[in-house]
Design a protein around this ligand. Structure first.
Ligand SMILES: Cc1cc2nc3c(=O)[nH]c(=O)nc-3n(C[C@H](O)[C@H](O)[C@H](O)COP(=O)(O)OP(=O)(O)OC[C@H]3O[C@@H](n4cnc5c(N)ncnc54)[C@H](O)[C@@H]3O)c2cc1C
Length: 505
């Protein structure tokens, strides 16, 4: 290894999955001078595993979604860390606001109708110029009108579909499905295999340990990133217009630091909120269009621990079907936000916990409420929808991804605006470059006797939203981190035979 490569100062902004994957990969390539700057006092970003109940819960990412071509699955399965969650999100009960539980034969037929659209949408959305919402709504009511479904009560079907749309919004992180681009929806590629693999009693933080080669105890051990992460420090300015083709960062602790390369892994929500102030000079127009055109939304989780499970053993969870006349009781009241809590489900390895989900503006509003108020609202829902005695919970916790200025939401999706602007992940992933001389390296020297001019990537972009097909996931975030580490390795002639996907170069 030649000296100059060892000395390149590389700063990774953000210690989420993408930043950790990127920094650890850079070290593996042989770069020595790698620093990670993290605004939070902890690692993981939107991976946030905390002690709760019998072991841990995940406030952010919880499942490894799929097996084939999934880098998280590849890493974890070697150590037997993942397990199937089973059909928790398929076998749930549907409960109405008058405490009626939909009979299995009705619920199963309604589930089959929406399930069918999961298959057809892969083909039909290719030619769709409208939203996912209008597509799904047409599909649902078209199926419902078929003679074999004539006996399904229309009111119940509408309540079911209303709830189902909230579930789909939680998958997308959209407020309404009318926001989601029908065609854009297909940009996400689902990895084949089980899409709900959980991390047993360990939580998603296990992945970070795998990436850093660190042990479970002590929890603060950083493995290969030891001494390389600056916590509680946010980057406030990225000056990428210096004469020396380097980048200057201003940090919240008052320090500044000059680096040869900076890799930005902050969420799309953070970029949207701060790119105009963060970058000096401002980002090029194409990049600004990507930041503004790609969509980013909020989904929150609610965890309630009871002294003992009070729900039937065969219930994996229940969704909340509001009757219109009952909704009038909460709309325009302090409880209005509860309308967007769409269901509660069991949690693997946590026999006494139910996990609820909330979407949209009401999910963001929940973040502003006192913990007691959120819990009281959830208990109101339990008492309104279930006919058993509800025991007093022993513990409670909910996430607040939107309010936290280091996240500004949960994950990215493709909206109708993305389509209108005509942008995508590759525009977000494209590095900011300056013209410089090719760096010397043993590999390059073999082929080139003289240096020539080239584009040096000085500010690079990773993070989940920059993944073309695996956005909104951890495997997308990890791949994006590795992609940018590889981009630098290739620039210095260190990358071996692997190559960055052409579309992302
Ligand atoms: C509720 C929820 C559920 C989810 N469920 C799943 C799931 O089951 N499976 C799945 O695969 N994915 C899931 N995801 C998505 C997944 O968590 C993310 O896609 C992934 O963790 C994003 O990683 P990242 O490194 O790109 O970004 P982040 O994790 O956001 O990392 C960016 C880091 O940058 C830091 N930062 C921000 N601004 C600055 C600054 N100015 N200076 C320094 N540091 C800064 C942040 O603090 C953060 O640590 C979920 C997310 C949420 C919120």
């Amino acid at each position: 290894m030649n000296e100059t490569q060892l000395e390149q100062k590389i700063v990774v902004i953000g210690a989420g999955a993408s930043g950790i994957a990127c920094a650890t990969k850079l070290l593996e390539y042989g770069f020595q001078n790698v620093l990670v700057v993290e605004a939070e006092p902890r690692l993981g970003g939107r991976i946030h595993t905390i002690p709760f109940g019998e072991n841990v819960i995940d406030l952010g990412a919880q499942w490894c979604h799929g097996e084939q071509d999934n880098i998280v699955h590849e890493l974890a399965s070697k150590h037997n860390l993942l397990e199937s969650t089973g059909p928790v999100y398929e076998n749930y009960q549907c409960v109405r606001s008058n405490r009626e539980v939909l009979p299995d034969n009705v619920a199963n037929r309604l589930k089959a109708i929406v399930g069918d659209s999961l298959v057809t949408r892969q083909l039909e959305l290719r030619h769709c110029s409208g939203s996912l919402g209008s597509y799904l709504s047409n599909k649902f009511y078209e199926m419902l009108r078929k003679p074999e479904n004539a006996d399904i009560d229309e009111v119940i079907a509408a309540e079911f579909f209303d709830n189902y749309q909230k579930f789909e919004n939680s998958v997308e992180a959209s407020d309404t499905l009318e926001q989601v681009s029908g065609r854009g929806y297909l940009e996400y590629w689902e990895c084949e295999g089980d899409i709900l693999l959980n991390w047993k009693d360990k939580g998603y933080v296990e992945l970070l340990r795998l990436l850093m080669h660190s042990r479970e105890q002590p929890a603060e051990e950083l493995g290969s990133l030891e001494q390389r992460v600056l916590f509680n420090t946010s980057v406030q300015k990225i000056n990428w217009n210096r004469n020396d083709a380097r980048v200057e960062l201003q940090l919240s602790n008052g320090d500044s630091c000059v680096a040869d390369h900076v890799i930005v892994t902050v969420s799309l929500g953070v970029l949207k909120a701060s790119h105009l102030q963060l970058f000096e000079p401002k980002l090029p127009v194409a990049k600004q269009r990507a930041v503004e055109g790609l969509a980013f939304g909020t989904v929150n989780k609610i965890f309630i621990e009871f002294p003992a499970a009070f729900w039937p053993e065969d219930w994996t969870g229940f969704t909340l079907l509001w009757r219109q006349q009952d909704l009038a009781d909460i709309r325009n009241t302090e409880r209005a936000w509860l309308e967007d809590v769409f269901g509660f489900y069991r949690v693997s390895y946590q026999p006494r916990i139910l996990a609820g989900w909330i979407i949209s503006a009401n999910g963001r509003h929940m973040e502003s409420l006192a913990k007691e108020e959120v819990l009281a609202g959830c208990l109101y829902l339990f008492r309104r929808f279930l006919h058993w005695h509800i025991p007093e919970p022993v513990n409670f916790c909910s996430s607040a991804w939107h309010t936290n200025a280091n996240f500004r939401g949960s994950y990215s999706f493709r909206s109708m605006d993305t389509e209108r602007v005509g942008t995508g992940a590759s525009e977000l992933a494209a590095p900011l470059t300056v013209v410089t001389m090719t760096p010397s390296s043993p590999a390059r020297q073999k082929f080139m006797k003289q240096q020539s001019r080239c584009d040096k990537p000085i500010v690079l972009f990773a993070g989940e939203a920059s993944s073309e097909h695996y956005y909104s996931t951890v495997h997308g975030a990890v791949e994006a981190g590795w992609r940018e580490a590889q981009r630098l390795a290739e620039f210095y002639g260190l990358a071996g035979t692997q190559s960055v996907a052409k579309s992302q170069l």
